[in-house]
Design a protein around this ligand. Sequence first.
Ligand SMILES: Cc1cc2nc3c(=O)[nH]c(=O)nc-3n(C[C@H](O)[C@H](O)[C@H](O)COP(=O)(O)O)c2cc1C
Length: 164
Amino acid sequence: MKAAVVYYSMSGNTQFAAEKIAEKLGADLIRLVPKTSYPAAGFKKFLIGGRDALKAAEPELEAYAFDAEKYDLIIFGMPVWASSVTPPLRTFIRDHLTEIGDKKIAAFSCMLGSGGDKALAKLQGALGIGAFAAAMTLIEPKSKTRAENEAKIDAFCKELEASE
Ligand SMILES: Cc1cc2nc3c(=O)[nH]c(=O)nc-3n(C[C@H](O)[C@H](O)[C@H](O)COP(=O)(O)O)c2cc1C
């Protein structure tokens, strides 16, 4: 089963988890980078990102390589923004929804403390699917080394391997 981990990360937590998952599953990593970066500090960090997440914005992305035909499984990774989907994922879904309609889809979110389940439910809605093959929410996996996160990532990957 060939997998791609498609993710956005502002401050490295989602990237950290995406890399672990890619290593465990032998998956390709596809990082989404908005052409105009979201402010990563100060008051605007939460204002601009939160506003765009709530209005389901679809920002333009830097070029990336993605060939849907190569993959059986797409794993989406995102930080939780205002209990919502981070906008770069919405752009990817808009551009590739028809190509990935027949694939297995899994997802994970990273957050400080709340809203992960809501954000994953909104991601399901954007994808038009009823359930993920596997899903998890991690709390700050990069900055806080938690055995709990490691165990969740392990279980997530095992569930996907078992569903082949
Ligand atoms: C605009 C914005 C909104 C956020 N909203 C939430 C939230 O609703 N709930 C939460 O627990 N964390 C929230 N966070 C924190 C991030 O989800 C969290 O720090 C995440 O691990 C960051 O992932 P990253 O390092 O891959 O960017 C928000 C952060 C930003 C920048």
